[in-house]
Design a protein around this ligand. Structure first.
Ligand code: ADP
Length: 166
C-alpha cells in the first residue's frame, strides 16, 4: 500500500488543490488530505468546515481520506500514518524556494520524500487568499472553486458586481 499525504490549510479548497490531489491519487493507493491549523493564523472557515468542504468535493475520488493534521511535525505525522511521500503542488519558483528546505528537513527527519507536481496552467495564479479577496469584493470565482465552496464563500458577502448591458 503506497500512501501519500497532501497537507494544507485549504481555507477554502479550490480547483488548484483538487487537481493536484486528483493527480496524486493516480500515483498512490491512498492519499490523506491533512487539513492543518496554524494557531498564529486567522482562518475564514473553521477546521470542521474546511474538512467538510474537502470531503464533499473529493467524495467521488477513490482512495482519498480527509482528516485533521496533527499539531506536531509533518514528518512525524507521515511516519505515524505510514505515508512514504508528501505531495505538493508547485505554482512558481518562489513556491519551490519555500518548499525545498522543508522537503529536505522532512526527509532527514523521517525518510519521507516530497513529490512536487507542477500546477496546472489554468490554476497557476490561484490561492485561497486571492479567491477570498475577489469573492469578498463581489467578483465571480465560480470557475475556481467547487459549487459547495462557492455557496459558503458567498454567504454573507456582497452581491456580485452588476455587469454592464452591452
Ligand atoms: P498552506 O500550506 O499555506 O495552508 P494551502 O492550503 O493554500 O497552503 O495549499 C496547500 C498546498 O496545495 C500547497 O502547499 C500547494 O502544494 C498546493 N497548492 C496551493 N495552491 C495551488 C494551486 N493553485 N495549484 C496547485 N497546487 C496548489
Amino acid at each position: 500500500m503506497r500512501r501519500a499525504v497532501c497537507p494544507g490549510s485549504f481555507d477554502p479548497i479550490h480547483h488548484g488543490h483538487l487537481e493536484v490531489i486528483a493527480r496524486a491519487s493516480g500515483l498512490f493507493d491512498e492519499v490523506i488530505v491533512a487539513v492543518s491549523t496554524n494557531p498564529a493564523k486567522k482562518y475564514r472557515f473553521s477546521l470542521a468546515e474546511r474538512i467538510s468542504m474537502a470531503q464533499e468535493t473529493l467524495a467521488s475520488l477513490r482512495g482519498i481520506v480527509v482528516e485533521p493534521a496533527s499539531d506536531g511535525l509533518l514528518a512525524e505525522y507521515c511516519r505515524a500514518r505510514g505515508a512514504s511521500a508528501i505531495v505538493k503542488g508547485l505554482r512558481s519558483s518562489s513556491d519551490f524556494d519555500y518548499e525545498l528546505p522543508m522537503a529536505t528537513m522532512n526527509r532527514q527527519l523521517s525518510g519521507v520524500e516530497t513529490v512536487f507536481l507542477p500546477a496546472e496552467s489554468r490554476y497557476l495564479h490561484l490561492s485561497s487568499t486571492l479567491i477570498k479577496e475577489v469573492a469578498g469584493l463581489g467578483g465571480d470565482v465560480s470557475d475556481y472553486v467547487p459549487r459547495s465552496v462557492l455557496k459558503r464563500l458567498l454567504a454573507g458577502e456582497p452581491s456580485p458586481q452588476p455587469q454592464p448591458d452591452l
